[in-house]
Design a protein around this ligand. Structure first.
Ligand SMILES: Nc1ncnc2c1ncn2[C@@H]1O[C@H](COP(=O)(O)OP(=O)(O)OP(=O)(O)O)[C@@H](O)[C@H]1O
Ligand SMILES: [Mg+2]
Length: 220
């Protein structure tokens, strides 16, 4: 098995409003293999987003190491981190983070590293039921449609690792099914998926659950 994400003894603390350090991650280790869907579950404030942000090289741990696709990226420069994100990592957040003035297709195109044709783009968008709204500005799409564009964008470069933070929040059943399918499809083609959520629906697709409680306890 190939590890697409390996976190080794990650610690992370934040200063609270009084300037006291709050230890959020006391030395967390975990692994996501290629083709595997791992569901990170736990209460609000338990550190799920912190783990995803560190895994996506958007935040650096205080100590510990971050391996992406076999490479130690702990001390990656902002430039390298950005390159690794665009090639090896797809990210989806609770809010879709699309550029509101751009169309659905333009949002995906902007992330794409390969030159492509309109027909090929339509085909990619249609995998998420979005062909009909390909030329609509993101700000004119529904929340569910926006989230589906975000998934299309995250998977367009066939990343080794997909990080999804509360991707189903605000979505109805039908839209949630579309993103569950997107995760399955990604995993079937070898992408390792780490999804953080308290939505029990991820039980349907997860190969493995990682309760934050256990993850934090193990380190003590
Ligand atoms: N940038 C920051 N500055 C200060 N404290 C932070 C920061 N980011 C996170 N924290 C704190 O770290 C803890 C974990 O936050 P995190 O966002 O990782 O939780 P979560 O499990 O994702 O919660 P939720 O389910 O509500 O999204 C919280 O106590 C939070 O207040
Ligand atoms: Mg969170």
């Amino acid at each position: 098995m190939t590890s697409v994400l390996r976190l080794e003894n990650i610690t992370k603390s934040f200063a609270d409003e009084r300037g006291n350090r709050q230890l959020v991650l006391p030395g967390v280790s975990m692994n996501v293999e290629a083709g595997e869907i791992v569901w990170l579950r736990g209460e609000s404030g338990s550190g799920k987003s912190t783990i995803l942000n560190i895994s996506g090289l958007l935040s650096t741990p205080d100590t510990g190491r971050v391996w992406i696709d076999g490479d130690d990226r702990t001390n990656a420069s902002p430039r390298t981190a950005s390159l690794v994100r665009s090639i090896e990592i797809g990210m989806v957040f609770q809010s879709s983070n699309l550029l509101p003035e751009l169309t659905a297709m333009e949002n995906v195109l902007l992330a794409s590293r390969e030159s492509t044709t309109r027909a090929a783009m339509i085909e990619q968008l249609e995998r998420f039921g979005l062909a009909a709204v390909a030329d609509r500005q993101a700000k004119r799409l529904s929340g569910g449609q926006q989230q589906r564009v975000a998934f299309c964008r995250a998977l367009i470069n066939r990343p080794s690792l997909l990080l999804a933070d509360e991707p189903s929040s605000g979505l109805d059943r039908a839209n949630t099914e579309v993103i569950l399918d997107a995760m399955r499809t990604g995993a079937n083609s070898g992408c390792g998926v780490l999804v953080a959520s308290h939505d029990e629906v991820f039980q349907q697709v997860a190969h493995r659950q990682l309760p934050m409680k256990e993850l934090l306890l193990e380190q003590k």
